[in-house]
Structure formats: structure tokens, C-alpha cells
Design a protein around this ligand. Structure first.
Ligand SMILES: *[C@@H]1O[C@H](CO)[C@@H](O)[C@H](O)[C@H]1NC(C)=O
Ligand SMILES: *[C@@H]1O[C@H](CO)[C@@H](O)[C@H](O)[C@H]1NC(C)=O
Ligand SMILES: *[C@@H]1O[C@H](CO)[C@@H](O)[C@H](O)[C@H]1NC(C)=O
Ligand SMILES: *[C@@H]1O[C@H](CO)[C@@H](O)[C@H](O)[C@H]1NC(C)=O
Ligand SMILES: *[C@@H]1O[C@H](CO)[C@@H](O)[C@H](O)[C@H]1NC(C)=O
Length: 513
């Protein structure tokens, strides 16, 4: 993402895992080595920030002006499945690109389905093979193609339909089919994975298909009067596929557990079937294979890290919070075909999946306004979260006395997104925000609110007139709960936009009832 960036790599993980002590040493070393950006594709379960080594290390980094970009996690699409929720971290979700690596499955009844596989080896024999469903063996969890799925179940020379999940790696399922003598594998999604497929380097002829396609294949196997058969044909790379970008099923979702008053994840970027250099590939005997595609928020995170480096190069004096604000407030909320970005169900992705939207690097370098924060601005927030002085001192790595701090609620942090919660009988909530003019010296911004359902929004003032660069202005935004909101509605969402000529400074608004 950032040509000619210098990379320093700090090894903190082994096959046994990633020790917090190693992570902290690496982060401190990187900061003292003078890095500008830390890209960290590691994460654990959410815990309070004073017990989260990565959050503590990241605070030390941002105090030194170092931007920290971290993976949101691969535990989606389930609610509150995020890692790395601290507001001083950029929390990165994963979405698709407009590219698929097509492996078409043709069934004996003539139906065909475009799935994906990275391994398109022409050496694979083509033609029609008997097709069986792994779950038909009757073994425990057999449908997931674990290493005991095929005990007493003959798959020799056959194509096997396996289900995604069951804690068995997608490529390992193919290894198990191959070990049992199978010819090929159709990997079908679970219902939760919807339409999200991946181009993996399978060891055998394979195709990863959507849940709905998988159901049709299953039905065909079950009701075939003749024995079911299938064949594969590899069609290579298809560019310009739709919808794209789309949030992928594994991308972890909010709301945040550690701090529900901060909307997370922050943003999304490319994280599905990402092509990059790779040391070796199990599916190939050739030492010539030096590239691979893998998928994860571990892949989207470095995209955002690189873009942060570009912004830092263009604006060396910007704080980590200013860079984050620039990326979030300029992110795209529409996909390449001009429709709202969708999720794995091909339904509009909500803010807990997509955050502020899909990063737009060109716009991010010229955001107009930024919501800035200094490291000390987090102290009233942390004390306000209910952490005591000892706990806040762990995060700040110096003595903090919360009793002498004027605390704020989470939503009052000068964050580039809004999270509003009408809890404890509250019906009116006001936040004050400060924006800094980083565009033309003389500029006037007008507010435009895409009002979330079930609330009235007032912004005071509704016009900001700047006379200088780096001038700061405050505004207040009040959210009033409507009386006629149905009890079944739990969340609604909208956007607050500051608009001036070419600039739209957009903040997502999430409302919880
Ligand atoms: C089968 O898988 C289990 C769990 O993943 C593993 O402990 C075991 O060693 C595997 N057995 C074989 C024969 O590969
Ligand atoms: C279906 O397969 C079974 C077992 O492989 C075989 O005995 C049978 O003859 C096949 N039936 C047809 C109609 O091909
Ligand atoms: C790798 O090499 C072995 C031995 O030469 C051969 O049996 C096998 O089919 C090869 N695998 C692939 C994926 O080419
Ligand atoms: C903060 O809470 C922890 C855990 O309950 C406790 O050990 C510590 O003494 C507390 N510190 C203060 C200053 O109250
Ligand atoms: C919002 O509620 C506050 C407090 O009840 C009230 O003063 C204000 O007039 C309300 N604003 C709107 C637009 O309803």
C-alpha cells in the first residue's frame, strides 16, 4: 500500500502462540526504533483494557505518535466477537475485492455452480466422478470432513461434499479427503457464512460454494435416482465481480464488549483472498511457488497500516487520532456499483460489521476536518469507564488519580463516530465534539444528518466557519428518543456529515435502545 515504506518485522509468535510479554517487548522496541506505524494482526478475546497487553502496548505507542492498526478478528458473523476494541487502536474489519478465482462444479443433472479454488492445476484429471456427502457416513461430525469422517465410508475415487467449520481447517478437510482416497472436494458454507467464499490453495480438485449452492448440491445427492456425479472446471481469475467490496462472514462484529459506547470496528479494507509472497505451499511440490492467497482481518489490517503510512508521509505532524479520523470520515459506504456495502447475506452491512465504511486512500489524505485526540484525553474516558486509579495507571504506565479527574462518558470522547445508548431511562443525550480544520484556511461547513430511526437529532451550531488552518471549533449534537419507537427495535443507524465543497466529513451514528 505504501511503496518504498521501510519495514521492520518483530517476531512475537511461535507455533505455541503469542506471549503478551513478547508482544509488549516488540511494541516498545519498535517505538524506540522510530517506527511510524505498528501493524498488528494478532488479537484475543475482549477484556478490560488494563488486562489487555496489546491495548496497553498500543497506548505507549500512540503516546509516542505511533499509529496502531489491529485486526478486528475472524470470529464473525456473530455479534460482539471483536478483538482490539481500545479507542486508541484502529480496529480493522475484512471485506472482499471484485475478484474471484472460479472453480465451477457441474452436477450430473446439468446444474452448475461457480465456487472458488486457488489451486487450478491443469494436471488434475477432468471428467465426471461419483459424488457423496461426507455426513452420510453417520460418524460424529462427519459432515466437517475431519480425520475420522471416512472411517468405514468409502470415498475412493469420489468427489466429497464437506461442510465448512467444525474447527477443522478448510485445507485440512481436503487433505483428509485425499488421505482417504477421495478425488475431489466441494466445500459448502454453513448458513452463517452465506455467500462468502474464499480462494484457498486446496491439495486436490475443489470448489468452495455458498450455503445456498451447497444446499442444492446436497438435495441433488439425496434425491438422485441414478448415482450422483460431479465434475470441476477451472475458469481462472474473474475481475469485476459483484457485489464488491462486501463484508465477509468471518469478519468479527461489534458491538464492543469492553467499551460499548465506542462504535467498533472502525473501518474495513481488503481481507479476502489476498495475494502475497509466501514461503512454501503444501499443495505444490514446486519450490517455484512463492505466492499464495490467504484471507483474514490479518490481511486487511496491513492494508490500513500502509494507508496510515501514506497519510503520515503526506502530513508528518498529524497525530494517530487525526490519521484515524481522516480514514474513517472519508471511507466509502457504497460499493463499486453504487449500492450500500453488503455483508455475507448480501444484505446491507450494518455499522457493527462495516464501521465507518471501506477505506478510500485518496480521500483520506484530504479529509477537510479531523476529530483529534491527545493521549491525555483518554484519561477522563478511562476513569469514566469505571476503571479505578490503579487500573488506569496500568494503561498509562504512570500514576493517575481518577478522583481528581473530571470524567466523561464513552460517547463524549472526541471520536470520529457516534455511539448513542438510551439506557437507564435516558431520553436525551448530548455530545460535544471538536473538529480541526485541516483543509483550506477559509472554509464553511454545513451539517447534514442522515437521521437514525427512532431519534430526533439537533446539531448546534449547524454551520462552522473557519478562518485558519488548524483552527478548532466545537459543536453539540443532541439525540432525543422518539416516543413511538417499537419495543422490538434494538438498534438504528445514520450519519452526521459536515459538508463544504468537495469535502464530506462523515461520521457513523449507532443508536441502541
Ligand atoms: C485427528 O485430528 C485430531 C484433532 O484434530 C488429532 O488430535 C489427531 O492426531 C488426528 N489424527 C490423525 C490420524 O491425523
Ligand atoms: C450406484 O452405485 C452403487 C455403489 O457404488 C452401485 O452398486 C450401483 O450399481 C450404482 N447404480 C447406478 C444406477 O449406477
Ligand atoms: C508431489 O510429488 C509426488 C511424488 O512425486 C506425487 O505423487 C504427487 O502427486 C505430487 N503432488 C502434487 C500436488 O503435484
Ligand atoms: C482497583 O481494583 C483492583 C481490583 O479490584 C484492586 O486490586 C486495587 O486495589 C484497586 N485500586 C484502587 C486504587 O482502588
Ligand atoms: C430534546 O430533549 C431536550 C430535553 O428534554 C429538550 O430540551 C429539547 O427541546 C428536545 N429537542 C428536540 C428537537 O426534541
Amino acid at each position: 500500500m505504501a511503496p518504498r515504506a521501510h519495514l521492520a518485522i518483530y517476531k512475537v509468535c511461535t507455533l505455541e502462540g503469542c506471549l503478551v510479554s513478547d508482544i509488549l517487548v516488540a511494541m516498545d522496541t519498535a517505538v524506540s526504533d522510530g517506527v511510524d506505524v505498528l501493524s498488528i494482526s494478532i488479537g484475543g478475546d475482549p477484556t478490560p483494557f488494563f488486562q489487555d497487553g496489546l491495548a496497553v502496548g498500543a497506548f505507549g505507542a500512540i503516546e509516542h505518535g505511533v499509529f496502531v492498526s489491529c485486526a478486528a478478528g475472524n470470529s464473525g458473523p456473530f455479534a460482539s466477537s471483536l478483538s482490539n476494541e481500545a479507542p486508541w487502536i484502529l480496529t480493522v474489519a475484512a471485506s472482499t475485492m471484485d475478484r474471484r478465482i472460479i472453480s465451477t462444479v457441474q452436477l450430473g443433472n446439468g446444474l452448475s455452480f461457480d465456487g472458488e479454488s486457488l489451486n487450478q492445476a491443469q494436471s488434475f484429471a477432468s471428467g465426471s466422478y461419483p459424488l457423496v456427502y461426507a455426513g452420510a457416513s453417520g460418524n460424529t461430525d462427519a459432515a466437517f470432513c475431519g480425520n475420522t469422517s471416512f472411517d468405514g465410508f468409502d470415498v475412493r475415487g469420489k468427489i466429497v461434499l464437506c461442510e465448512r467449520g467444525g474447527d477443522i481447517g478448510r485445507i485440512d478437510k481436503g487433505v483428509n479427503v485425499q488421505t482417504a482416497g477421495g478425488f475431489g472436494m466441494i466445500l459448502m458454507n454453513q448458513v452463517a457464512d452465506g455467500f462468502s467464499t474464499l480462494a484457498d490453495p486446496h491439495v486436490l480438485p475443489a470448489s468452495h460454494v455458498s450455503y445456498s449452492d451447497g444446499l442444492m448440491i446436497k438435495t441433488y445427492i439425496r434425491y438422485s435416482t441414478l448415482n450422483a456425479t460431479a465434475s470441476f472446471s477451472f475458469k481462472g481469475t474473474e475481475i469485476g465481480t459483484t457485489p464488491a467490496p462486501a463484508i465477509t462472514s468471518f469478519s468479527s462484529r461489534g458491538p464492543s464488549i469492553a467499551s460499548p459506547g465506542i462504535l467498533k470496528p472502525d473501518i474495513t479494507g481488503p481481507g479476502v483472498s489476498v495475494l502475497a509472497a509466501w514461503p512454501s505451499l503444501a499443495s505444490s511440490n514446486s519450490s517455484q511457488v512463492i505466492f499464495n492467497m490467504i484471507s483474514g482481518t490479518s490481511m486487511s489490517t496491513p492494508h490500513l497500516s500502509g494507508i496510515a503510512a501514506l497519510i503520515k508521509a503526506a502530513h508528518p505532524d498529524w497525530s494517530p487520532a487525526a490519521i484515524k479520523s481522516a480514514m474513517m470520515t472519508t471511507a466509502d459506504i457504497m460499493d463499486r456499483s453504487g449500492k450500500p456495502i453488503v455483508d455475507e447475506r448480501h444484505l446491507p452491512a450494518n455499522l457493527f460489521a462495516v464501521g465507518a465504511g471501506h477505506v478510500n486512500p485518496v480521500k483520506a489524505s484530504d479529509p477537510g476536518l479531523v476529530y483529534d485526540l491527545k493521549p491525555d484525553d483518554y484519561i477522563p474516558y478511562l476513569c469514566g469507564l469505571g476503571y479505578n486509579s490503579t487500573q488506569v495507571s496500568v494503561i498509562l504506565n504512570r500514576r493517575i488519580d481518577c478522583s481528581s479527574v473530571k470524567t466523561i462518558t464513552e460517547g463524549e470522547l472526541n471520536y470520529p463516530s457516534f455511539s448513542v445508548a438510551f439506557i437507564d431511562g435516558k431520553t436525551s443525550i448530548t455530545f460535544e465534539r471538536t473538529v480541526k480544520n485541516v483543509g483550506e484556511a477559509e472554509s464553511t461547513f454545513y451539517v447534514k444528518v442522515d437521521v437514525p430511526g427512532g431519534v430526533y437529532v439537533t446539531v448546534q451550531p449547524n454551520e462552522l466557519r473557519f478562518a485558519k488552518t488548524n483552527e478548532e471549533m466545537k459543536f453539540k449534537v443532541t439525540f432525543n428518543k422518539s416516543n413511538n419507537i417499537s419495543d422490538t427495535v434494538r438498534y438504528s443507524q445514520g450519519y452526521l456529515n459536515w459538508i463544504s465543497g468537495k469535502h464530506t466529513v462523515r461520521s457513523p451514528i449507532s443508536v441502541a435502545f
